[in-house]
Design a binder for this molecule. Structure first.
Ligand code: PGA
Length: 249
C-alpha cells in the first residue's frame, strides 16, 4: 500500500481561508503520485475542497459525523451529507472529541459504521492519554479497538495518536515507540485469538501527534508506519507539502 499522509485543520480555516490554503497546496502536491494525501476541513469548508481539489489526487473529508443517516438531530451532520460533498475520509474519535464531547468507544464505533455505510473510509483515532509503559497502555488501546473488529477493514484507517504527543508544547512520540504501538494496534484489532490476521494487516495504521517536516523521515522509516496524520504543522501548506515529500530513508 502507498503511504497515506493527511491533515486535519481542526477548528481552523474559514471557507475563505480554506480556498487560499488549497490554492497554495494543490500545485505543491501536483507531482505526488506515489502517496495518498488528504485534507480534513471543518464542515463549513468542505464545499471549498470539492471546488478547489476536483480533478487533483488530493482527497478531502470531514473531522466528525453523526452515527445516524438523517433525522431530528439539530446541528448535526450525517455521513450521506458528507459523501454527497465528495468526502473520501471521515475522522472519528479524535482525542479532542473524546475529551471535549465525552465521546465513548461505542459512539465512535457507531460513527465508523455510518461512514462505511456511506462508502467512505473512517480514520479512527486511538491512543493512550498518559505517557506510560507499553504494558500499561495495551488495555487502553484494546478498549478503543475491540468494537472495531467487525468493521470493513478496507474502509478503515487507524490513526495512533497518543494524547500526550498532540498539540502545542508536545513532542512527537519516538519512532521506535510508534512502531511498537502500531504492531500492537494491528494485533489488538485482529483480536487475541487471531493475531496478525490478513484482514487486520490490510488496515493502514498512521501516526499523528506533533508531526513536523524535520521528524517525518524517521517516523516513515519505522516498519508498520503506513503514513502520517498532521495537525498544526500543516496549517502552513508548504510545511505540509514538505512532509508529504519526505523521502523514506
Ligand atoms: P498536532 O495534532 O500535529 O498539532 O499535534 C495532531 C492531531 O491531533 O492529529
Amino acid at each position: 500500500m502507498s503511504l497515506l499522509i493527511g491533515t486535519s485543520s481542526k477548528m481552523n480555516l474559514t471557507s475563505t481561508e480554506a480556498a487560499a490554503y488549497l490554492d497554495v497546496l494543490r500545485p505543491l502536491l501536483a507531482d505526488v503520485v506515489d502517496r495518498e494525501t488528504f485534507v480534513l476541513l471543518p464542515f463549513t469548508s468542505i464545499w471549498v475542497a470539492r471546488d478547489r481539489l476536483a480533478g487533483s489526487r488530493i482527497r478531502w473529508g470531514a473531522q466528525d459525523v453523526h452515527p445516524e443517516d438523517a433525522g431530528a438531530h439539530t446541528g448535526d451532520v450525517s455521513a450521506p451529507m458528507l459523501a454527497d460533498l465528495g468526502c473520501a475520509y471521515v475522522e472519528v474519535g479524535h482525542h479532542e472529541r473524546r475529551r471535549d464531547h465525552g465521546e465513548t468507544d461505542e459512539l465512535v464505533a457507531a460513527k465508523v459504521t455510518a461512514v462505511q455505510r456511506s462508502g467512505m473510509t473512517a480514520i479512527v483515532c486511538v491512543g493512550e492519554v498518559e505517557r506510560r509503559s507499553f504494558d500499561e497502555i495495551a488495555p487502553e488501546l484494546d478498549r478503543q479497538l475491540r468494537l472495531l473488529r467487525g468493521c470493513d477493514p478496507n474502509r478503515l484507517v487507524v490513526a495512533y495518536e497518543p494524547a500526550w504527543a498532540i498539540g502545542v508544547g508536545a513532542v512527537p512520540a519516538a519512532p521506535q515507540w510508534v512502531g511498537q504501538a502500531h504492531a500492537a494496534v494491528r494485533d489488538l484489532l485482529a483480536g487475541s485469538a487471531a493475531q496478525g490476521s490478513s484482514s487486520s494487516r490490510s488496515v493502514a495504521v498512521i501516526y499523528g501527534g506533533s508531526v513536523a517536516p524535520d521528524g517525518a523521515g524517521p517516523l516513515l522509516a519505522e516498519p508498520g508506519v503506513d503514513g502520517l496524520f498532521v495537525g498544526r504543522a500543516a496549517l502552513d501548506p508548504r510545511a505540509f507539502a514538505a512532509i508529504v515529500h519526505t523521502p523514506v530513508p
